[in-house]
Design a protein around this ligand. Structure first.
Ligand code: PAF
Length: 282
């Protein structure tokens, strides 16, 4: 596996593969890799001829007071894992390489209608930062496909819509959420949990499942179900950010007759902001 930090070097390597007609699959990450990331890599290797992974802790998607400075940076261990997983090229640029004129001078991409709700409401500017960096990575790598986890359901939708709106000839592939055996969705931020919080954390997925069952049974008012789930999380020890039932196609509130739904939750447990979701068809 090649470890590359400079754009010219990255472009030269990818151009060679393109010349050979090889299909390139991209797995963008912020590092501190866990099995969920490796599942993306495995899927990428199955679908493409070459797998490019990126590690970049993107300052543009962190708000003031968020964990940009303390976000775990574990490049050496990550590179070993990616090499073992069969990645061909790891692009791990510095902030200066990605934002040479500084963040304030960077043109930004905003995907309307879905960037300011849910996680975007709690983390203003977050999805502008995500869309901007992913668009840059798409232009730098020019992959045939890119893979993202479904745990970040709203992020995946922002990226799909951006790809469509900006006509990137890239297939966006969502990969099902990888979970610990107790149901907790794998996330780099799980590392912030204390031992006691880690015991409580799977309850987020359990409450999502209970709400999904209730919905399937067709009983109850949606707003009441959301409130009751948020209260349950609070009683368990979470600080609920949102617990909401939405239309899977656009994350708007469901109207009667909508059948493809997603239940999304975000909640703090100590320092960790956990997110998770369940999709369902009524
Ligand atoms: O999901 C992530 O790790 C990041 O948001 C991403 C997509 C790599 C963009 O920085």
């Amino acid at each position: 596996m090649e470890l590359i930090a400079e754009i010219a070097h990255l472009r030269a390597q990818v151009a060679l593969w393109r010349l050979n007609g090889e299909k390139i699959a991209l797995v963008p990450t912020m590092g501190n890799l866990h099995d969920g990331h490796l599942k993306l890599v495995a899927e990428a290797r199955q679908r493409g001829d070459r797998c490019v992974a990126t590690i970049f802790v993107n300052p543009l998607q962190f708000g003031e007071g968020e964990d940009f400075d303390s976000y775990p940076r574990t490049l050496q261990e990550d590179a070993e894992k990616l090499q073992q997983a069969g990645v061909d090229l790891l692009f791990a640029p510095s902030v200066e390489v990605v934002y040479p004129a500084g963040q304030a001078a960077q043109s930004q991409i905003e995907v309307p209608l879905i960037s300011d709700i849910l996680c975007g409401a709690s983390r203003p500017g977050h999805f502008v930062g995500v869309a901007t960096v992913v668009a840059k990575l798409f232009n730098l790598v020019q992959p045939d496909m890119a893979l993202f986890g479904e745990k970040d359901f709203q992020q995946l939708m922002v990226i799909r819509w951006m790809t469509r709106d900006l006509c990137f000839p890239i297939e966006i592939i969502g990969v099902t959420t990888d979970r610990e055996t107790d149901g907790l969705a794998r996330s780099s931020r799980n590392g912030y949990l204390t031992a006691d919080e880690r015991e409580l954390a799977p309850a987020l997925y359990a409450v999502l499942n209970a709400a999904a069952e209730e919905l399937q049974d067709g009983e109850g008012d949606l707003a009441e179900m959301e409130l009751s789930a948020a209260n349950t999380l609070k009683e368990i020890g979470f600080e609920s950010d949102y617990f909401t039932i939405r239309r899977a196609a656009d994350l708007q509130r469901p109207e009667s007759g909508d059948t493809a739904l997603v239940i999304l939750a975000a909640a703090y447990l100590g320092r960790a902001r956990l997110i998770d979701n369940i999709t369902l068809t009524l």
